[in-house]
Design a protein around this ligand. Sequence first.
Ligand SMILES: [Zn+2]
Length: 263
Amino acid sequence: MVFLISVPVLLLFGWLIWQYARPRAIEPVTPDATYSQLLQQHVAYYRALTDDRKKEFDKRVAHFLSTARIEGVGTTVDELDKVLVASSAIIPIFGFTDWYYPLTNVLLYADRFNEDYQTEGDNRMILGMVGEGGALQSTMVLSKPALHEGFDNKTSKDNTGIHEFVHLLDKVDGATDGLPEYLLPKDHSKPWLQLIHKSIHDIRANQSDINPYGVTNEAEFFAVVSEYFFKRPDLLQEKHPALFARLEEIFRQNPLATNKTVN
Ligand SMILES: [Zn+2]
């Protein structure tokens, strides 16, 4: 009797594991024409793509928006907000095919917030945050004004949305530590960390134009320098060619080349 019950239970259990663990191809989702117009108008990275790559970007955006729920907290969420969140997500992984995020919720706050997610009062310095542990594991919180500012201001090196999604990429190997182990060949880890430490030293010595927030730790440095890489690749390549080359290797793309894929 026990045997008769346990066989179906084991089969079900095995099937669930297989469903969860197997590599999943990106399910086709029909891109919304409104989204490609919004991307064209508001996302400089998208405008620089070839037509073929734009079509691919449209598909990735549509897929992301079919899997992640974007909600406003004390604010509304419109189509442009959704497109900007999706762009922040797709830009860092556009060099990889079949990548997706284990993310189900993005909360947009009306303003900057503090560590208790309060948008009023002092100490509201936080522009974005990735949840740690429990139910927050699959949730990202972003300040809506900061999200927009990252795409509106064409000359800055900042993009809060990209910053937060780079933290997620960094976290794929289990540690948010500035070292995306799945993306760098093993023998490149040490030179990458040495380059981070040298760059942090330069920021501390006031000899760098990289966002000083990057001195916080290796993970924050990786996130701020990635914003710089995707936002102002021209400037990063000119001023920090070694960092540019490593980031091109990590993200498998060159944002200065129109097709943006490193072969
Ligand atoms: Zn950060």
